[in-house]
Structures are given as C-alpha cells and as structure tokens.
Design a protein. Structure first.
Length: 161
C-alpha cells in the first residue's frame, strides 16, 4: 500500500513539473510589450536598436527602421519574484548568453507584470510569488507592425525553470 501512495505522489509531482515547463507563445500586443520591456535590458541589442524599440513602445509609430528590419529579443531565462510579506520587495533576474542582470523595483515590476499578462502562471514559495520563463525568443517585424493590423510581434518561451 505504501508503494502505491509513493508512486502516485511521484507521478503527481512529475506531472506538475512537466506542466510548469510547458512551451507557450504570445502574439500581438502582449508579445510586443514583452519584447519591448526586455529589449531595454538586453546586452545583445545595440543602443540604436534599443532606442527604436523604446520609441515604438512609447507610441511613436513614425519611428521606423529600414525596410525588412526584424529584431530578435532573446533571454536564456527570466525569473521574477514578488514578496507577499515585504510588499516593497520585487526583483527579476535576467540571464542572457553574454551575462546576467538583476532588476529591482519598478523595472522588475514592469517585467513581472508583462510576464503575467503574457499568461505565465505564478508559482508560490514561502510568502513570494514567482514567475519564470526560459528559452525566451521574441521577434519584432517592423514591416508588419507598420501595417497597424495587430501583427508583427511573436514570442515563444517555456514556462517555469
């Protein structure tokens, strides 16, 4: 009887872990927001690319890069934690191929809230809420964005670590 209980428990845990590492996608406005908030912290984008993306995100749709320009915003992992006990404590750890960045306060909240809007399921841990993704790849196609038909931004990622 004990082995049946143990086996059932192990299967439940394995299934929960499989669900938490599920592949997911975001498109349209949510993907655009996710790509834009992460782009500003990416060491993989040039300063001029970051400026173009920031201007677009602020609503300046007249700022367009050269024709056929596509940007890729990638991160190996993004882990955000918000404390439910110390309500002032919030941080995100961004991991890129070329290093890591830790954000606190407003910058961390912006990324965390955008992850939640993109459908990333929170996990709980000792008075904290944690949102995490890995293998994040967002593509911004400025030709499609300039058509103002809701397209041009796509993100794929795996939820959980």
């Amino acid at each position: 009887m004990k082995s049946v209980v143990v086996l059932t428990s192990l299967l439940a845990v394995a299934q929960a872990r499989a669900v938490s590492a599920a592949p997911a996608t975001a498109t349209g406005p949510t993907a655009f927001a996710l790509a834009c908030v992460l782009a500003q912290h990416s060491p993989l984008l040039s300063a001029s690319d970051k400026r173009v993306i920031a201007h677009l995100f602020s609503g300046a749709s007249n700022v367009m890069p050269p024709a056929n320009k596509k940007f890729s915003v990638t991160a190996d992992s993004v882990i955000c934690r918000v404390s439910g006990v110390d309500i002032t404590a919030r941080f995100c750890k961004l991991s890129f191929k070329s290093g890591e960045r830790t954000l606190k306060g407003r910058d961390a909240n912006e990324i965390n809230a955008t992850l939640v809007a993109a459908g990333v399921a929170p996990e709980g841990a000792a008075g904290s809420t944690i949102e995490s993704v890995s293998r994040l790849v967002c593509t911004l196609d400025f030709n499609e964005i300039s058509q103002k038909a809701g397209g041009g931004a796509k993100c794929s990622f795996e939820m959980g670590q």
